[in-house]
Design a protein around this ligand. Structure first.
Ligand SMILES: Cc1ncc(COP(=O)(O)O)c(C=O)c1O
Length: 504
């Protein structure tokens, strides 16, 4: 034993070179307020029954402070690096849109594909519920909040079915038994992985460029991701034949995530291509069609009701986009009864908060659906305006992908009429956000997306601002007020990766 201990004011003492420690008051009144520093040895405490069983100096002190972090933690056998699952420890914290640029009223947020025109609910212009003749009928039962919510959400599910029973793809009718509802479709993405993929063994197939949460959820679940890139020379269509070859070769693939309309491509997946995969002669797995943006596509495009024809098809949807209700976090999975049952059996009992389901039920009432459709029409009008106006801006190149969503994927060029450039795209992205308060998404590192920004369609005023600012920012960049040719290539690369790495 070297060192010693003495009475001191509460504080931290360096022990050896590594640790700081303090005695806990829990050790007894006589030691209360005593702080020790020593090279630890069990001999020192051998008479103390509290410590005597320990053969590891780590057990000797109730409280210890890591000298590097100054964060107190309990001294005990607990070691998170050996206790948590290695794939979870390996996770990099991913960034979401609202981590970087807040929704505090100062920015025009064209980065997260939210609904710029607001919730699909009959509200007054100051956001109050409309009562009177054109009643919104929205009354959240606050007095009932002491009770757990309905675990089954039958009414909500029936309304979702009524909305999707278009009979465009089958004569059969969806019923609540074909549905799972979750906390956004992000919960559904995760639930499907947990239901169908054995960690460390099974795989999922994704088709980049695509929504980042499929891969994040796969990693969380220790499931390998196999990639079958979209056909970048053919409007980002899926390569069904190539996918089928992969499926034949690798039966460990249990799920395929297809996104229709795609994010960030806005291209619709062709029904015939989905069918080719569904008809695979030997593969035993599920095709998940993510239709988060389907209500911006022409009516009748959704394949939700097609799950009645294909037990290996699952269709995910959300109220976050066309319905303008990202804040309530409501996603839905349409599936065969047996798949829906599996998902419902494994969910947390009360996963949908009561206010969420009350608002979702209201959003599906005819007068509120009318508001959703009006907002959608306004977005489509602004999307068409952007499609016409943006090509006239010097330095803006082609729109890539499709048009079936509330965002556009568009190239930034190294000079007017030049070639797509990530350096310019990154500068435009940064300058728009930092100096003009207009936030879009950099997608230039995705396959087939060189030089691309993804721009959510905004309100009429937002689009006007966006068009002015992007024109002026591009002019600044070309005038040499920026660093078009990457003064420091490494920093540019890092920034591109970071900007591209915003997941949701
Ligand atoms: C393709 C796609 N799927 C799912 C989601 C997640 O939606 P939710 O808000 O329902 O979790 C998003 C969100 O941006 C998305 O782009």
């Amino acid at each position: 034993m070297t060192g010693g201990y003495g009475i001191a004011a509460r504080g931290r003492y360096r022990v050896g070179k590594v640790m700081k420690l303090e005695w806990s008051r829990e050790l007894g009144a006589s030691r209360g307020g005593l702080f020790g520093y020593c090279h630890m040895s069990k001999r020192h405490f051998r008479d103390d029954p509290y410590w005597v069983t320990s053969t590891n100096t780590k057990y000797l002190f109730r409280q210890i402070h890591d000298s590097s972090s100054n964060q107190p933690f309990r001294m005990m056998p607990f070691d998170i690096s050996k206790c948590a699952r290695p794939n979870i420890l390996a996770l990099e914290p991913y960034r979401c849109a609202r981590d970087d640029y807040k929704d505090d009223g100062t920015n025009i947020l064209l980065d997260a594909n939210e609904n710029a025109y607001g919730p699909g609910l009959a509200l007054s212009s100051d956001g109050k519920l409309v009562n009177g003749a054109n009643k919104s009928d929205i009354s959240i039962d606050l007095l009932g909040l002491n009770r757990y919510p309905d675990p089954h959400q039958h009414e909500l599910k029936q309304l979702l079915c009524d909305f999707r029973n278009t009979h465009a793809h089958t004569n059969k009718d969806l019923s609540p038994e074909h549905l799972f509802v979750g906390v956004g479709s992000d919960e559904a993405i995760d639930a499907l992985l947990r239901a169908f993929c054995t960690p460390g063994k099974d795989k999922v197939l994704t088709c980049p460029p695509t929504y980042g949460m499929y891969a994040v959820s796969a990693q969380v679940n220790d499931v390998e991701v196999v990639k079958a890139t979209l056909d970048v020379n053919n409007n980002f269509s899926i390569q069904a034949d190539k996918i089928n070859v992969r499926l034949s070769a690798d039966p460990q693939i249990k799920l395929i995530y297809l996104c229709s309309p795609g994010n960030p491509t806005a291209s619709l997946v062709q029904k015939e291509d989905v069918q080719k995969i569904l008809e695979h002669p030997s593969w035993n797995g599920i095709v998940v069609l993510d239709e988060a943006y389907i209500d911006f596509a022409p009516d009748g495009t959704s394949l939700a009701e097609w799950v009645l024809e294909w037990p290996n098809l699952v269709v995910m949807q959300t109220m976050s986009k066309a319905f303008g209700l990202a804040g309530i976090r409501l996603g839905a999975v349409f599936a065969s009864e047996e798949v829906a049952r599996v998902l419902n059996n494994m969910k947390a009992p009360y996963n949908i908060p009561n206010p969420t389901s009350q608002l979702a039920v209201q959003a599906l009432q005819p007068h509120n659906l009318q508001v959703m459709r009006e907002n959608r029409a306004k977005i489509i009008e602004q999307r068409d305006r952007m499609l016409k106006a943006m090509p006239k801006v010097p330095g803006i190149g082609c729109f890539l992908g499709g048009r079936a969503s509330n965002f556009l994927l568009v190239e930034m060029l190294d000079k007017p009429n030049g070639r797509p450039s990530n350096e310019v795209a990154l500068q435009v992205y940064e300058r728009l956000a930092e100096t003009r308060g207009v936030v879009v998404r950099f997608r230039g590192k995705e396959p087939g997306c060189l030089g691309c920004l993804r721009v959510t369609v905004g309100t009429k005023d937002e689009v006007t601002r966006f068009l002015q600012e992007i024109k002026s920012v591009l002019a600044d960049v070309y005038a040499g007020k920026g660093k078009v040719n990457g003064v420091n290539g490494k920093i540019e690369d890092r920034k591109e990766v970071e900007a591209n790495g915003i997941i949701a």
